[in-house]
Design a protein around this ligand. Structure first.
Ligand code: NAD
Ligand code: 0WE
Length: 258
């Protein structure tokens, strides 16, 4: 059993019970970690509060609002965390966004502003969060982000998000090189498709899920807790030699040719 007692984990990207961030939070809570959860906006506050209660962490966990496209909100978040906890050990970045049109229209029609927003929220935010977290990781630490196979291969409609995930994976490698000398590891998990809020309204999502059931070696889809288990491992001492990597948690779909 992985023991994270006395370790503080900051998790970004909590929207609801289906969020991958919530599956990760559950695994960290089971391992005894102290959780700091963050949600994007006022709109999600009540939901985040009830999720903390369900994690059985009302006593210890804290929740903060933080829009990762705003430097001042990231700065304020880490200032509060520093005051409250001093040192932190893990950061989970489970955040992505592209304007709806960009993942609906032909890729050729990708707008300058849509490209900018997708990369700002889904890629630059990892750099900003890592810079905020690093000074608090006094005993070393681990950062994990979430990516998708659409970074490597073309999936209909994933469009500018695929380009952003490719940039995110390169960002993981550059951050790993930058932060490695301080004992901070940076990795990505490439999760298989999961029906979360971020998957809602995506045309043909069930087709994507069915293709995995059909083709993946394990003949099924992954769930949020399986991604959570991998995130916990990557943040634990068991993964002390792993940095700059992309680990697939996709029932093996990515290894198949047809
Ligand atoms: P989700 O909708 O539950 O989570 C996405 C989160 O991003 C939400 O909590 C949302 O509030 C947050 N977010 C968006 N813009 C933000 C901003 N400006 N500031 C702060 N937070 C912001 O969906 P999810 O599927 O759990 O997505 C989490 C991560 O997993 C994303 O990076 C996504 O690309 C990745 N991922 C998802 C799948 C999938 O099929 N669901 C597969 C692979 C990777
Ligand atoms: O990264 C994602 C989706 C991220 C996402 C989702 C939305 C929906 C609502 C980013 N921005 C938005 N903007 C919105 O307005 N995934 C890995 C899930 C996903 O999305 C797909 C997929 C998969 C898998 C889109 C097309 C094809 C496959």
């Amino acid at each position: 059993m992985i023991d994270m007692k006395g370790k503080v984990a900051v998790i970004f990207g909590l929207a609801n019970k289906r969020s991958i961030a919530y599956g990760i939070a559950q695994r960290f809570a089971e391992a005894g970690a102290t959780l700091v959860l963050s949600y994007q906006s006022e709109r999600l506050k009540r939901e985040a509060e009830s999720l903390v209660a369900e994690l059985g962490q009302q006593e210890t966990a804290r929740i903060y609002q933080c829009d990762v496209s705003r430097d001042e909100e990231i700065d304020a978040l880490f200032a509060q965390i520093k005051e409250q906890y001093g040192t932190i050990h893990s950061v989970v970045h489970a955040v992505a966004f592209a304007p709806a049109d960009e993942i609906k229209n032909d890729f050729l029609l990708t707008s300058r502003e849509g490209f900018r927003i997708a990369h700002d929220v889904s890629v630059y935010s990892l750099i900003a969060v890592a810079r905020g977290a690093a000074p608090l990781m006094e005993a070393g630490g681990a950062i994990v982000t979430l990516t998708y196979y659409g970074a490597d291969k073309v999936f209909p409609n994933y469009n500018v998000m695929g380009v952003a995930k490719a940039a995110l994976e390169a960002t993981v490698r550059y951050l790993a090189a930058s932060l490695g000398p301080r004992g901070i590891r940076v990795n990505a998990i490439s999760a298989g498709p999961i029906k979360t809020l971020a998957a809602r309204g995506i045309g043909d999502f069930s087709k994507i899920l069915d293709a995995v059931t059909e083709r993946a070696p394990l003949k099924r889809n992954v769930d949020q807790l399986e991604v959570g288990g991998a995130a916990l491992f990557l943040c634990s001492d068991l993964a002390s030699g792993i940095t700059g990597e992309v680990t697939f948690v996709d029932c093996g779909f990515n290894i198949t040719g047809i």
